[in-house]
Ligand binder design. Structure first.
Ligand code: ATP
Length: 133
């Protein structure tokens, strides 16, 4: 048993998670990044996606929409633009956000902000993935 480390996730509204975990995988802007105990110090930019962490052998999920991660002294801190645990995700809201963004991207009205619709779609997909596993 390699041991555990502290995993702390903070969003603008407050703390989302603060636990001792076995393993964390975060969606960095350069791809997925796995963190085990005693990882070397690291700072990474995070994209829109799903964080997976293992606690007592069970995999759990958090949806995030960008931010930063710091790894230092066996402590991992994620500062996220938004973050929701799978239990806190409103599935209907995420499904509605996904359909809205898809409709905007399909219809391509003249005033559409394509980049905004694309990131809204990514956020909604990340929430659905985190909630549904
Ligand atoms: P929507 O169009 O449904 O508001 P959004 O992607 O524009 O979705 P954000 O701006 O990313 O929403 O988030 C605003 C706040 O609402 C944040 O605090 C975020 O954690 C929360 N939030 C957004 N969608 C959900 C959801 N499906 N379930 C739970 N919390 C959510």
């Amino acid at each position: 048993m390699a041991g555990t480390f502290n995993f702390n996730v903070v969003a603008p509204d407050g703390q989302v998670l603060n636990k001792n975990v076995d393993f964390v995988v975060v969606p960095s802007v350069n791809g997925e990044l796995g963190i085990l105990p005693n990882h070397a110090p690291l700072i990474a930019s995070l994209g829109i996606g799903v964080i997976r962490y293992t606690e007592d052998g069970k995999v759990k999920r958090i949806a995030i929409s960008g931010g930063f991660m710091e790894v230092v002294n066996n402590k991992v801190t994620v500062l996220a633009n938004t973050a929701e645990t799978s239990e806190d995700i409103d599935l209907e809201r995420a499904q509605a956000a996904k359909e809205r963004a898809e409709k905007r991207l399909q219809e391509r009205q003249p005033d559409i902000d394509i980049a905004r619709a694309e990131v809204a779609l990514k956020r909604a997909i990340a929430r659905l993935k985190a909630a549904e596993g």
